[in-house]
Design a binder for this molecule. Structure first.
Ligand code: MCN
Ligand code: CUN
Length: 779
């Protein structure tokens, strides 16, 4: 089924935050720090204030008076809204100008005079804990260094014991560099405070409207029922639109101060420099195995670069997100990971870009380590994987780091991918090519074949384990069937392009037999929808999708009661077929859901205790996460003369349980595969030694286009989730999680004749070229 929302999107009729223009609206702009680390000596705003079109200039000092200079982050740290004492990353928010139009606001920024006293910047996360490293967060009482947290999972002693007795141990430093989700639409908000009613309306392209509202209520002390967050159409989120940014708070303060609505939209460079980045994980992985390739244990140590404020968005108990799913898809005796979070003079963030709460890092690490082991053992990477994959009979599988994988048939998915790729023929052709090369005929590129197999844990999460800032991660849903049988579903999650208006309508249609076109899905408005924590970590299908199925089944049960009154039979004598209840044994005696809807609103006498109308509400608390998985194979051609990598083929077999809308699922996978090619080959947010951001425009931060992507070859297996009402698992981040390792493994496979065991992303032509310089060809 095609997406319902595309009717407006393909006609350019979407409504994004920047399309919303309120009467009398003013425009805000943020003055940002040119330094990565500097003390603020003084800020002179007089000239800006004198600008004829300027209505307000807000600084950290202004906010201090309102106790709003600092705000809590989603990781219970504090973040400066506008800097008061120091600036801690290049691009940090220093002042906010409100003016009659956006040009005047930006012009006035240049009239603000800030005197800075530059300080040494901490750029390398591995140096952040050095005794002589400058302390970035001297605002925090008792913070004498740049340490944020130590966190671990698994059994360290048991893991060390396996390592001590292992036949083979391989170790590898693996960096997952800092990247940025770079949604096409940048972040922005319009705040509209009505001083008469005390109502604050915030239009904002947030992925989590309800969570934002509650946080605003807690921070600003505004009564929650007087805050309305509206998230209209969103032009891509990818985790970048989960946090609350200083610009949003400034727009709110701007509106309260001026009494007018204030719009703030950041530009591309502001988005790339200051909003939620992704990854920046410095990992050291170790594998213990037998000589014939049985993986016995895994050990990882991580330095996690969180930037200047710990603004990561993840369940409270998991400061490294779900990184501890790093044993991946393999059967190991023991595993242990230890993660140390540090402050650096960079933008805050870390959990974004289709990461499933750091499962990207985990999947990349394990899949790189498997290839490193295969390299050392001189084994075929497909054979090594097949040998160690979990077996179908091991599910539900308790992992050594505390997960319970719900369901899976891994060998089937890998075999399908190998068959689709024609793996044996690819290897045979590669072997011939290598022999030709080694014999001296060096024409044409080198082929590389890379595999990855991933398992994700998505759908956060069970209330007893998971919350964000104390808010449990259950989702509400409301379904109303109107008298004429048309339905409106209200959900708490928010689409940024995932097609929720279609897929959630499809779930209701399937459960009630109402045509999809007769069902509207309302989301993204806290005044119109039940509470829930929002869209990220591919949690919408696992949590709100389940809530939708449950609420539709509740309505169906109510419909049974109404039908029993209509047909004057016992409810227990009724049977359901899609769209109608009928009398068991008398197929012709029945009532359609539409007839029942009308009767439920009529003068029909209903049984004792049965309310009129046809609607229901629910709150879904998932019993476990869902565990989608997949097998990916990438084929590249690498030109050793230039270092250029061409992705020739990409086979992706995904298993996300029951697929609600196969076309949407394929679209999600296509997007994620492009992400993987981008991260593996070209994307990087880099910094120079002074902390200047070198990836602040699309000239430097390279996104893949169709030119860099092959025609994706997709396959599927279906292993339903046993605990999800319709057997669906999340898929929105699967391909981004699984694909980078396949691309990198393919490039390194191509470079095997040069004896390159590992190289870090992004594998740009220069990086690939440098990796093989001076290396003799080996057999
Ligand atoms: N779906 C399905 N059958 C399944 C699983 C999912 O039909 N078995 C459908 C869903 O109904 C939904 C879509 O696929 O329409 C994605 O579902 P899900 O996996 O539940 O993910 P979410 O809806 O929670 O989306 C979040 C996820 C995340 S966290 C990132 S990051 C990301 C992603 O989605 N950001 C995106 N995909 C994106 N796609 C677009 N276009 N834009 C983004 O910002
Ligand atoms: Cu980690 S990016 Mo998605 O969860 O919004």
């Amino acid at each position: 089924m095609h997406r319902k929302e595309d009717a407006r999107f393909v006609r350019g009729r979407g409504t994004y935050v920047d399309d919303v223009n309120l009467p009398g609206m003013l425009h805000g702009a943020v003055l940002r720090s040119p330094y990565a680390h500097a003390r603020i000596v003084s800020i002179d705003t007089a000239a800006a204030q004198a600008h004829p079109k300027v209505k307000a200039v807000i600084t950290g000092q202004t906010l201090e008076g309102l106790k709003l200079a600092w705000m809590p982050t989603l990781s219970a740290d504090t973040q400066a809204v506008l800097a008061t004492d120091k600036v801690r990353f290049q691009g940090q928010e220093v002042a906010f100008v409100v003016a009659e139009d956006r040009y005047a606001a930006r012009d006035a920024l240049e009239l603000i005079d800030v005197e800075y006293e530059p300080l040494t910047a901490v750029v390398d996360a591995r140096r952040a804990l050095d005794p002589d490293a400058p302390v970035i967060r001297d605002d925090k009482e008792g913070q004498a260094d740049n340490h944020i947290f130590d966190w671990g999972a698994g059994d360290e002693a048991a893991t060390d014991a396996v390592f001590a007795s292992a036949e083979v141990v391989v170790a590898q430093d693996v960096l997952y560099p800092r990247v940025h989700p770079a949604p096409l639409e940048t972040c922005g908000a319009i705040a509209d405070f009505d001083a008469v009613t005390g109502k604050l309306t915030i239009w904002c392209n947030t992925q989590a409207p309800h969570a934002h509202r509650t946080v605003y209520a807690l921070v600003a002390g505004l009564p929650e029922h007087k805050i309305r967050v509206i998230s209209p159409d969103v032009g891509g989120g990818f985790g970048n639109k989960v946090p609350i940014y200083p610009g949003y708070v400034c727009a709110i303060v701007g509106s309260i101060v001026t009494g007018k609505p204030v719009k703030w939209m950041e530009d591309r460079s502001e988005n790339l420099m200051s909003t939620g980045f992704a990854r920046d994980y410095h990992m050291r992985g170790e594998v213990a195995a037998t000589r014939d390739g049985n993986i016995r244990a895994l050990r990882v140590k991580v330095i996690a670069d969180h930037g200047a404020f710990n603004g990561t968005a993840q369940p409270t108990k998991f400061p490294a997100g779900f990184f501890h799913v790093f044993t991946g898809s393999y059967d190991v005796e023991a595993a242990h990971c230890a993660v140390t979070g540090v402050y650096t003079n960079k933008a805050p963030g870390g959990v974004a870009y289709a990461c499933s709460f750091r499962i990207t890092e985990a999947a990349y690490l394990i899949e790189r380590m498997i290839d490193v082991l295969a390299y050392e053992l001189k084994m075929d990477p497909a054979e090594l994987r097949m040998k160690n994959l979990l077996k179908p009979e091991q599910f539900p599988y308790p992992s050594p780091t505390g997960w319970e994988y719900d369901s899976g048939d891994y060998p089937r998915a890998l075999q399908l991918a190998l068959d689709m790729a024609g793996y044996d023929e690819l290897r045979a052709a590669q072997q011939q090519q290598r022999e030709r090369w080694l014999a001296g005929d060096r024409t044409g590129p080198l082929t590389g074949i890379g595999l990855s197999f991933f398992t994700e844990a998505v759908g956060a999460g069970p209330r007893k384990h998971m919350d964000i800032l104390g808010l449990g991660m259950a989702d509400g849903a409301e379904l109303r069937v109107h008298p004429t049988g048309k339905a409106v579903l209200r959900i708490s999650v928010q689409s940024q392009g995932q097609g929720h208006e279609t897929t959630y309508a499809q779930i209701v249609a399937e459960e009630l037999g109402i045509p999809v076109d007769d069902i509207d899905v309302v989301h993204g408005d806290t005044d119109q929808t039940p509470f829930g924590l929002g869209t990220y970590g591919s949690r919408s299908t696992p949590v709100s999708g389940a809530a939708t199925a449950v609420v539709a089944r509740k309505v169906r049960e109510r419909a049974r009661q109404v039908a029993s009154a209509m047909l004057e039979v016992d409810p227990g004598d009724l049977e359901w077929e899609k769209g109608r209840w009928f009398v068991r044994g008398d197929q012709g005696q029945g009532r359609t859901i539409q007839e029942i809807a009308l009767a439920a609103h009529s003068s029909l006498e209903l049984p004792e205790g049965i309310e009129g109308h046809l609607d229901a509400t629910t709150v879904y608390n998932p019993p476990n996460l869902t565990f989608p998985f997949g097998a990916y194979i990438c084929v590249v051609d690498v030109d050793p003369g230039t270092g250029q990598v061409k992705v020739r083929r990409f086979v992706a077999v995904d298993d996300c349980g029951v697929r609600i809308n196969p076309t949407i699922v394929e679209g999600q996978v296509h997007g994620g595969l492009a992400d993987g090619v981008g991260m593996a080959l070209m994307q990087l947010i880099a910094f120079d030694e002074d902390g200047n951001c070198l990836g602040a425009s699309f000239m430097d931060y390279l996104l893949p286009t169709s030119m860099e992507c092959p025609s994706w070859e997709l396959g599927e297996t279906v292993t339903p989730s046993p605990h999800h009402p319709i057997g669906a698992k999340g898929v929105g981040e699967s391909a981004t999680v699984g694909s980078p390792a396949a691309v990198v493994n393919a490039v390194l496979d191509a470079l095997k004749p040069y004896g390159v065991r590992h190289a870090d992303m992004p594998l740009t032509p220069a990086h690939v070229w440098r990796a093989i310089q001076g290396r003799p060809l080996r057999t």
